[in-house]
Each structure stands twice: as C-alpha cells, then as structure tokens.
Write a protein that binds this ligand. Structure first.
Ligand SMILES: CC(C)(COP(=O)(O)OP(=O)(O)OC[C@H]1O[C@@H](n2cnc3c(N)ncnc32)[C@H](O)[C@@H]1OP(=O)(O)O)[C@@H](O)C(=O)NCCC(=O)NCCS
Length: 223
C-alpha cells in the first residue's frame, strides 16, 4: 500500500468512526429525552449538553424533527448561563416545540400551554412563562397561591427570532416572522413581521421581506 492509499484509508476510517460516534450520541440523546417523558422520535432532537427537564406526570412535552437544544456554553458564543430548562407545572400542561426550532439556554415553564413554531430561534437565556407563579394579592399568595395565580397560554409562531435575555410573559402571541430585540420583556401580542423591543416591548419597525413574498416564505417550508 503506497502513502496516498494509506492516507485515504485513514480518512475513510475516520469518517466511519465519526458516523458511529454520531449514532451513539443520537441514541444517548434520544434515551435521555425519553427517560424524562418527552414525546419525540429517534434522531429528531440534537442536544448540545443535557437540558433540565421537569415534567409533571399528567402533562405533555412534544418535540418535533430538527430541533436543537443548546445547554452547554461551549456550543454558543452568545454566552448561555444555564442549560435549557423545560418544565410543565400542572395536570394537562403542554409544551410543544415544532420542527427546526432552536433554543439556547432558554427556560420554558408551562402551566397551561406554550407552543413554539417552526424555525423559531430562541436566543440565549430567554425565559418563556405562561404563569405568574404567584398571586397578586398577598393573602392569596400566602394561603391560596395556586388558585389565584394568573396563567394564560403562549404561542410563538413560525420564523420568530427572540433576542437573547428576553422574557416572554403569559398570554402573549408572537406573529409569524416577528423579531424580539435582545433583553426585551414581552407583555402583549406582537404582530407578524414586526420588530418589538424594550421593557415593556414596544413596536420598533416593520420587517420588509427582501427576497420572497410573504406567502412563499411561510408556505414553502411546509411539507
Ligand atoms: C432587534 C434587532 C434585530 C434590531 O436590529 P436593527 O434592525 O439593526 O435595528 P437598529 O439597531 O437600527 O435599531 C432600531 C431602533 O430600535 C431600537 N432597538 C434595537 N434593539 C433594541 C432592543 N433590543 N431593545 C429596545 N430597543 C431596541 C434602537 O435603539 C433603535 O431606536 P431608535 O430608532 O429610536 O434609534 C437588534 O437590535 C437585536 O436586538 N438583535 C438581537 C441580537 C441577539 O440577541 N442575538 C442573540 C442570539 S440569537
């Protein structure tokens, strides 16, 4: 065997071992998610570091194909400070993460329902809470907190991009293709194809699509 043939053999072997390593990583990620009660399929979710999953027994966490969860700061230069956290807090609570969404060090706490659309990017350290966790009235907070805590579902539609360190609060719906500026606190609905930012998040500007019509962009990715 000459030098070139030896190199080729080494390269091929390397590729082969890489494939094997990838398979075992996928298998370990899948097992981890299933062990924590996540509804998903083999190979659907890519994990960079292990997320924290706190699932109430009578609740659902569903994760679709192509989703990436980044929990290890070595895999995101934006500086994530903690692992992705997915928590369902009550009977019937739901977290649904649709196709090709990506979350970095984000926290999702659902008491009712939180839905993340396709191709949504959730920036580093963002929190999404569909509950206030605590009642407004101090008496209620001490003696009857759960009954008196306000909760309302959240829907983040397709192609939304949420800047790092933002907080999305209960009842909010964010329209297709909208952008939330870094460090925003979103308390009200955000219309599609707009940029909102600040605390509380306010309208900044409209997004003008450069290359495709609205319908092409939002229809083309559907299978
Ligand atoms: C929202 C964003 C995309 C807008 O970028 P842009 O189109 O270049 O906007 P500009 O910088 O021209 O700012 C437009 C206006 O919005 C304001 N603005 C921009 N970002 C803001 C934010 N995060 N919060 C509040 N206001 C903001 C600007 O001050 C400016 O206000 P003015 O018109 O009164 O001067 C960008 O500012 C941002 O926040 N990017 C997120 C980056 C990030 O978090 N990445 C993490 C990894 S996903």
């Amino acid at each position: 065997m000459n030098f070139a043939e030896t190199i080729l053999k080494i390269v091929n072997l390397n590729r082969y071992f890489k494939k094997i390593r990838l398979f075992f990583k996928k298998r370990s990620d899948y097992k981890y998610l299933k062990r924590h009660g996540i509804q998903t399929e083999f190979g659907y979710v890519t994990l960079y570091g292990k997320p924290i999953i706190v699932k109430h027994p009578n609740s659902k966490i569903i994760i679709d194909k192509g989703v990436t969860l980044v929990s290890d700061p070595r895999f995101n230069p934006a500086g994530i400070t903690h692992p992705v956290t997915l928590a369902t807090l009550n009977d019937g609570a739901e977290i649904i993460i649709h196709k090709d969404a990506g979350l970095s060090g984000s926290t999702i706490c659902a008491s009712t329902k939180i839905e993340i659309g396709e191709y949504v990017g959730v920036g580093a350290n963002t929190s999404i809470f569909d509950t206030d966790f605590h009642a407004i009235d101090p008496w209620d907070r001490k003696f009857d907190n759960i009954e008196n805590t306000k909760t309302s579902p959240i829907k983040i539609n397709d192609f939304v991009w949420i800047g790092g360190n933002s907080i999305i609060l209960k009842g909010v719906s964010i329209g297709n293709g909208a952008i939330i500026g870094a460090g925003s606190v979103v308390t009200k609905d955000v219309p599609e194809l707009t940029i909102y930012g600040g605390n509380p998040a306010k309208f900044i500007k409209k997004i003008i699509l450069k290359h495709e019509t609205y319908n092409n962009l939002f229809d083309s990715h559907k299978e």
